[in-house]
Write a protein that binds this ligand. Structure first.
Ligand code: NAD
Ligand code: MG
Length: 393
């Protein structure tokens, strides 16, 4: 290995290594070994899958949050990495001395504290976990600025916007246009929503992802969360962030500049593209991913979202515009509602009702500190659980 490649080989810790983004990140590491080294791997409870990833990458450090599975992890490991356990271990592995970047791919909000710990330890963040930016975007971005670290977006839309912006300031931006596939119920009449079962909602037309984000894509809460995520990542007001339905998921998002020109980023819907760019930025390096074959792209369509039928977008706009603790309560209520729907406890459309109900009951705190955010998160979970129980039939 030349000196140049060794200095450009990024040492990465993956939090959420056993999930869908974690798997794609391991694929990228396999594809561009000269540019990426996995030094740490963390997961919640799947000891066998974590051990398999560790045995392949020979990461020096491994963390399993579920301490009851540590023995199973040790048995499945073919070498002796440093082992961390529990939530404390998750924060420790996010601060490894030899790591340069921490890729946060934990579903939900459990990644927030380790992400903040990584920032404090001077690590760049690659963020897939949009929930943590929705919940605490102001704090995460301020801490990153104070500690002089970068927050690189992994979410495909935000990675696309990041590529279109290429360092331009938010002043040059007239509009950010987030694309959404529209999910499996894009064309379904509202009257049929009553009968939707989890198996249908879990079938995403263009992306293969973990269950929570797949349901969020069906309700359009995913796009709502992404509007707020974009607001914090790029410092653009909510009113300049729009959503367009693009069923083919080829254009991953667009930026319209002050002069009326629009830039877009295109590729097949494969998370390895944005993950690789977050890791190798600002460089572009060859890989084995298929480039677009324009002769086979018969059409790229764009539609206005059905705002009344999919209320998530308006709820998220309200949460983002109000700010403070309201986005955290929206996010927490949504997490509880999604779990209750997947559990067969309530109907698909109840997800929107529960989130709206919890948001209506909340008195937002402006510019909250971490404690106020965590308090709002817990409050919203309890409220949402109560609402879900009341709906149970
Ligand atoms: P997933 O359900 O497939 O995987 C979740 C991962 O998080 C697993 O590795 C699990 O072990 C870990 N985890 C869960 N709870 C944890 C806890 N309490 N502590 C530590 N680890 C925990 O989810 P996913 O689809 O990979 O999504 C991960 C994140 O990336 C989500 O925030 C999602 O919104 C975002 N994202 C995913 C995609 C995608 O294509 N899958 C695209 C864009 C953004
Ligand atoms: Mg996305």
């Amino acid at each position: 290995m030349t000196t140049e490649t060794s200095t450009k080989r990024k040492r990465v810790v993956i939090l959420g290594a056993t999930g869908s983004i974690g798997e794609s990140t391991l694929k990228v590491a396999r594809d561009i070994p000269d540019r990426m080294e996995i030094v740490g791997l963390a997961a919640n409870s799947n000891a066998e899958k974590l051990a398999a990833a560790a045995n392949e990458t020979r990461a020096q450090s491994v963390c399993l949050v579920d301490e009851t599975k540590i023995d199973a992890l040790k048995r499945a490991l073919a070498y002796q990495p440093r082992i961390f356990a529990g939530e404390e271990g998750l924060r420790e592995i996010a601060c490894l001395t030899n790591a340069e970047m921490v890729l946060v791919a934990i579903v939900g909000t459990a990644g927030l504290r380790p992400a903040l710990a990584a920032i404090e330890a001077g690590k760049d963040l690659a963020v897939a976990s949009k929930e943590i930016l929705v919940m605490a975007g102001e704090i995460v971005m301020r801490e990153a600025c104070d500690n002089d670290v970068r927050v690189l977006p992994v979410d495909s839309e935000h990675n696309a916007i990041f590529q279109c912006l290429e360092g331009k300031s938010s002043w040059d931006v007239r509009r950010i246009i987030l694309t959404a596939s529209g999910g499996p119920f894009r064309e379904m009449p509202r009257t049929d929503f009553e009968s939707i079962i989890p198996e249908q909602a879990l079938k995403h037309p263009t992306w293969n992802m973990g269950p929570k984000i797949t349901i969020d894509s069906a309700t359009l809460f995913n796009k709502g969360l992404e509007m707020i995520e974009a607001h914090w990542l790029f410092g653009v007001e909510m009113k300049r962030i729009e959503v367009v339905i693009h069923p083919q998921s080829i254009v991953h998002s667009m930026v319209e500049f002050a002069d009326g020109s629009t830039l877009a980023q295109l590729s097949y819907s494969n998370m390895c593209f944005p993950i690789q760019y977050a890791v190798t930025w600002p460089d572009r390096v060859p890989n084995s991913l298929p480039p677009l074959d324009f002769s086979k792209l018969s059409r790229l369509e764009f539609f206005t979202p059905r705002y009344d039928d999919f209320p998530a977008l308006n709820l998220a706009r309200r949460a983002g515009e109000t700010g403070g603790t309201l986005p955290a309560t929206m996010n927490a209520a949504n997490e509880v509602a999604v779990a209750a729907f997947l559990d067969g406890q309530m109907r698909f459309a109840d997800i929107w009702h529960i989130v709206e109900e919890v948001m209506n009951r909340h008195t937002p705190v402006a510019h909250p500190d971490l404690d106020a955010i965590l308090h709002a998160d817990q409050w919203a979970r309890a409220e949402a659980t109560r609402c879900a129980k009341a709906l149970k039939r």
